[in-house]
Design a binder for this molecule. Sequence first.
Ligand code: HEC
Length: 142
Amino acid sequence: MRMLAILLGGLFSVMALAKPVPLDDVSRQEIAERIAPVGSVCKEGEDCAANVGAVAAAPSEPRSGETVFNKFCTACHTSGLLGAPKKGDTAEWTKRASAIGGYSKLLQQAYAGIGSMPPKGTCMNCSEEEFGNAMLYMGAVK
Ligand code: HEC
């Protein structure tokens, strides 16, 4: 117990002696750099975006239904995998659209994901318009 008291006493006197070290501007700057977040967001139009290049730029035109379909939808919608309505089966597309109340409702439901189909039919960067283009390409009617 006595030992503990001595230890604690020692500790407190060390703490009392320790003064906060004043930071000059240089070390402040260094610390800010060290603890800066790893990444930063660069928005289009800001100076930092000047060097981003074409890779990060959003596609200027919406992709065609054919492009989207061939890349993302064909895997299921060509063969009818997992019960997917097939490309070209206009009757089935029309039936689905009227069952839910029209093309836009069908788009919304499918875009959110339905049954075995993941959201956006796996085209994670598809806008609703691009997704719709692929629907039309597969036989849905607006
Ligand atoms: C992993 C397989 C798979 C992929 C990839 C896929 N789909 Fe589907 N899709 C399905 C299945 C399965 C259904 C039927 C779901 C149901 O009726 O439960 C379906 C249904 C749909 C429907 C009708 C939804 C409804 O409410 O009846 C639309 C529209 C659709 N897909 C669009 C697309 C588009 C556009 C793409 C590509 C961007 C795509 N799908 C990619 C499996 C897929």
